[in-house]
Design a protein around this ligand. Structure first.
Ligand code: ZN
Length: 306
């Protein structure tokens, strides 16, 4: 059921369409739903056909009668009375779009449908065999499980939790870093995968300490967003500096990190959104795009929400 978060959720987490989980084993319902459905095709590169116009992007959905009957159909769910399925296709045509483009420019329901379709497609592509015995697995439950053909074990789509956090000093400064693969003077929030046996809050404190060498307290959950590149769930937090603000970087994870003022970060956000040429002397010249939960966390801090 939809719930009411205190603020509008991150971009890929806004549309609560009906995932119809209880229908996934109902062959008769699935057969009827298929005939009236719209079908979202995904390539192995996680791109999909779209129509573009007036700055917007819409999924170019297929009629089920055009789909080969042997193609595995995966049920995404029902939105506004219309069932949606996804299929994997081998063809790729120029101009197909990825989730970053669709997520930024399509409506909330279409962005959410593609998010699930990409996550599901990539899980199937990466898990053809049983992790217990190595035998082949086959799809079941309308694409939401794989079953071992040898020992009958059932395997579910993976979602790997990663924490992502905006760290501030309780005043006018926030801590942003730049990974070694990022452009010079472009910064983001810190982030990292949760380890087995670890709580989310402990992961926040550990990742901050490992990457930049400071301690944090007052760790609070804000929001989450699926990020199927290929299978992450980004869990967003705010945390406050505790003690010494001096930074000691892990050079494998962090090329650079600094405490920036609100004015500096807001200016970098404006340059990023306008695709404007930044002041070459500015310490920070770009931040994460609006699609990312990193940006959602930064914008909330800039607005004084957390
Ligand atoms: Zn097996």
């Amino acid at each position: 059921m939809p719930f009411e978060p205190p603020f509008e959720p991150p971009r890929l987490a806004r549309a609560a369409y009906d995932r119809a989980g209880l229908r996934r084993g109902d062959a008769e319902w699935l057969g009827d739903a298929w005939r009236t459905s719209r079908v979202l095709a995904i390539s192995p590169d996680a791109t999909t056909p779209v129509e573009r116009g007036d700055g917007a992007v819409r999924l170019a959905l297929r009629d089920p009668s055009t789909v080969d009957s042997a193609t595995p159909r995966r049920l995404l769910g029902v939105a506004d009375g219309v069932p949606y399925f996804t299929i994997t296709v081998d063809e790729v045509t120029d101009g197909w779009a990825n989730l970053r483009e669709v997520g930024a420019a399509a409506d909330d329901v279409q962005a959410a449908l593609l998010t699930s379709a990409v996550a599901l497609e990539q899980w199937h592509a990466r898990h053809p065999r049983c992790p217990r015995c190595g035998a082949e697995t086959s799809e079941a439950q309308a694409g939401w499980t794989r079953v071992c053909t040898n020992d009958g074990s059932e395997h579910f789509p993976r979602t790997d939790p990663a924490v992502i956090m905006v760290v501030h000093d309780g005043g006018d400064l926030c801590l942003l870093g730049r990974g070694p693969q990022w452009n010079e003077k472009r910064f983001s929030t810190l982030a990292g995968f949760v380890e087995p046996g670890e709580s989310l809050e402990a992961a926040v404190a550990r990742e901050v300490f490992e990457e930049v060498g400071v301690s944090v307290t007052d760790i609070r959950y804000i929001a989450s967003q699926p990020w199927p590149f290929p299978s992450s769930l980004m869990v967003g937090f705010v945390a406050r500096l505790s003690g010494d603000p001096s930074l000691h970087l892990d050079p494998k994870e962090m090329a650079e990190a600094h405490w920036f003022t609100r004015d500096e970060v807001q200016q970098a956000a404006d340059w990023t959104d306008a695709r404007a040429t930044p002041d070459p002397d500015a310490r920070i010249q770009g931040i994460s795009p609006q699609l990312s939960i990193s940006r959602y966390l930064i914008d909330g801090w800039l607005a004084g929400r957390w």
